[in-house]
Ligand binder design. Structure first.
Ligand code: ADP
Ligand code: MG
Length: 698
């Protein structure tokens, strides 16, 4: 089988390029620097975000073609995809209909002859001159007329028809075939002189040369080879980002936080008061937090756990550690609803412990706000629960020692910095967004991570079903069955309106409609973003107390709402929601020991995009947030990972979510050792890091 050489370094050089000549500068030139790439193609490449030669070289294949066996013509049988190699013996063009042209070429090898067929590619007829060597990949057509339908072909060498040909994310204007060709034009610019990694480090880590790595990525002879190439590139991007982050961290003066010593009486009583035993994940998170709090170096820890894994219990523990040391804690949430929710939980637990919490949101009345602030300034209130307004309005704490930031990915980098620099409390960030540890570390640099990997043991995975609109009545029948058993339910309204106000209005109408029809006779509450805080608090309180059966809601219930007795949820027009959003919504049920259900109702199948279908199927298939994050990444493409949009992660192209932890740890360690290193690698750091920083601050 013929193939392009994988290892270009030392192999044959493609025509027109002198091997060994210094190339790196050329990599950053626009794609038009490549022979045969003009403004039109350049524009189409731009549509895919590919602007420079480097962009092409580093364009990661989405996947690779499955290998297909090479067959002799006489041995063709069956309909599986195979490759045949032979010589053109004759060609004809037919036009049976308008808009349909068929190119038929007789192809022969030493065992026989067959007719290869191309549809709507008339121009090929000129190139398929008798005597031309061809390789075609395709299959015998089902009709058994000895015709071979061609899926891909090569007239010189083999790249299209080779095993593991790369498949790129293409666009309407740029086919995969064309992209392969363009990447092929760019690849020679990535010679081994392009490697900026210190040679000793590369040898120690047993990494291939970077030039070889990109060849392996685009022209692999096996999946292992492709993976080895990808890994090298992932290592580079992780190392470069780690270096940038660590250098920035080193240069920033570190403020001091109060050391809180060992856990005391208050948190012991707190743990006793909990109606359940902590899970192993919660225990180890708490131990890690205790270790951080014992130091004067401010804690900077990310507490990560899927929805319902029990992060809030841990957060409260951290706050109480401040309180038992005579200091204060703050819990900050991204939305008012979530802050109020947290407050309900905190308040209940604090009452037993004689601790005074206050709720602080931007929409309190001036008098309420003043009173809460005064209590915090005087140290009379020990815990503040609120939205980010808490920080923005510069509340004066008597002695803030621990701050917990919920849903950290929504928390601006600048805000975080303001809090950290102003007061140097210990910081705990919580997130249910399954940003894989690798990515979290990359975005947040030195942040330590605690993970609650498993939900409480009594939790049963939520059963998810997907039905189309016509079967919506069945969904409501099931929902009513839960209500009749004394359980509660959520109904999530369609996401059709643009503004919060019109969304609220649509939700109101929907709630009224349901109250007249499917939910007649049940106690229905309506939660949307336009409710006043007092109304919302009252509503959530009543739902939690079981005075309402159903909460009809817009996506404001997306995070944090916690009612264990709610066991079923219907999401209307679920196809309009994003994957991450649906996963978060679903996490509102399944929070107690009862089996819970999530019923996704979509529009008719014909109306759905492929991506929408894939999202719904993924949700039915798994409740694992990490798996869903991967699917999401797959569907939405790089840099679009849920929750990471603001973080400048679009630069992470080669790192793979779940499998690269070891690689990241290695890159982190290596970056530490390279902190003071001065060499060509720094140019890469400057280039990538400057771009990342811009994206973060944008
Ligand atoms: P998260 O914030 O991670 O989504 P929560 O902290 O809100 O999750 O916890 C979800 C639910 O599980 C709450 O009702 C909480 O009381 C309950 N819970 C938390 N920890 C445990 C545990 N160890 N055992 C049983 N239930 C728990
Ligand atoms: Mg929570």
């Amino acid at each position: 089988m013929t193939r392009l050489p994988v290892a270009f370094a030392g192999g044959e050089a493609p025509a027109g390029i002198t091997p060994g000549a210094p190339r790196p500068a050329l990599l950053d030139r626009p794609v038009t620097a490549l022979d045969g790439v003009g403004p039109a193609v350049s524009k189409r490449l731009g549509g895919l975000g590919l602007r420079t030669v480097r962009d092409l070289v580093e364009y990661r294949p989405r996947r690779y073609e499955e290998p297909a066996a090479e067959r002799r013509i006489a041995d063709l049988f069956g309909e599986e995809e195979v490759v045949i190699a032979g010589t053109v013996r004759g060609v004809t063009v037919r036009r049976p209909r308008r808009r349909l042209s068929i190119v038929q070429a007789r192809i022969g090898d030493e065992t026989g002859e067959i007719t290869a067929v191309w549809f709507n590619q008339v121009w090929l007829a000129d190139r398929l001159k008798p005597g031309t060597r061809v390789r075609v990949r395709g299959a015998l057509s089902g009709r058994g007329r000895g015709e071979f339908t061609v899926r891909s072909y090569d007239l010189d060498g083999a790249s299209e028809t080779s095993d593991y040909a790369p498949v790129y994310s293409a666009s309407e204007e740029l086919t995969v075939k064309k992209l392969r060709e363009l990447v092929g034009l760019a690849l020679p610019f990535a010679g081994d002189d392009w490697d900026v990694l210190p040679a000793a480090l590369r040898r120690d880590r047993r990494l291939p040369l970077r030039g070889d790595a990109v060849w392996a990525l685009h022209r692999p002879a096996s999946p292992d080879e492709a993976e080895a190439g990808r890994k090298r590139l992932a290592y580079d991007e992780l190392l470069v980002l780690q270096l940038g982050l660590q250098r920035r961290g080193r240069d920033r003066a570190v403020a001091e936080a109060p050391a809180l010593g060992a856990p005391g009486e208050l948190v012991r009583r707190y743990q006793e008061a909990l109606p359940f035993a902590l899970t192993a994940g919660q225990e180890s998170a708490i131990a890690e937090i205790d270790a951080d709090l014992a130091r004067t170096r401010p804690m900077d820890r990310l507490l990560q756990g899927d929805v319902g894994s029990g992060k809030t219990v841990v957060a409260l523990y951290a706050l109480l550690r401040a309180v038992e040391n005579g200091r204060q804690g703050a819990l900050m949430a991204p939305t008012e609803t979530l802050a109020e929710q947290h407050f309900l939980t905190v308040e209940a637990l604090c009452a037993e412990l004689a601790v005074r919490p206050v709720l602080l949101t931007s929409s309190l009345s001036a008098a309420e706000h003043g009173a809460a602030r005064a209590a915090l300034a005087a140290g009379e209130a020990q815990i503040a629960v609120g939205t980010h307004a808490l920080i923005q309005e510069q509340v004066d704490f008597a002695d803030l020692a621990v701050a917990v930031v919920d849903e950290q990915h929504r928390f601006g980098v600048e805000q975080r910095r303001a809090l950290a620099e102003g007061r140097a409390p210990h910081l705990l960030h919580m997130t249910a967004t399954p940003i894989p540890r690798t990515l979290a570390l990359t975005v947040y640099g030195d942040l330590a991570v605690s993970e609650i990997a498993k939900p409480p043991a009594d939790r049963k995975p939520i059963v998810t079903a997907w039905v189309t609109q016509d079967r919506s009545p069945e969904a409501y029948t099931r929902l009513r069955r839960h209500l009749d058993d004394g359980r509660q339910a959520y109904v999530v309204c369609p996401l059709i309106e643009e503004s919060e106000t019109s969304l609220a209005r649509a939700a109101e109408q929907e709630a009224e409609r349901l109250q007249r029809s499917e939910l007649r006779g049940y106690r229905v509450g309506l939660l949307h973003g336009r409710l006043r805080p007092a109304e919302r608090r009252d509503l959530m309180g009543r739902f939690k107390a079981g005075e309402l059966d159903v909460l009809v809601a817009t996506t404001v219930i997306e995070v944090g709402v916690d009612v264990p007795n709610a066991t079923i949820m219907i999401v209307q027009e679920a196809d309009r929601f994003g994957l991450a959003q649906l996963h978060q919504l679903r996490g509102r049920v399944g929070r107690g020991g009862e089996q819970s259900y999530c019923l996704l109702v979509s529009r008719a199948k014909e109306e759905l995009t492929d991506a929408a279908r894939a999202r719904l199927e993924a949700l039915v298939a798994t409740t694992d947030g990490f798996e869903l994050a991967e699917v999401d990444l797959e569907l939405r493409g790089e840099g679009q990972l849920l929750g990471t949009r603001q973080s400048g992660l679009s630069d992470l192209r080669f790192t793979r979510l779940r499998t690269d932890r070891a690689l990241l740890e290695q890159a982190r360690g290596d970056a530490e050792a390279l902190l003071d290193y001065d060499g060509p690698l720094n140019e890469a750091v400057d280039r990538v890091f400057a771009a990342t920083e811009d994206a973060r601050l944008a």
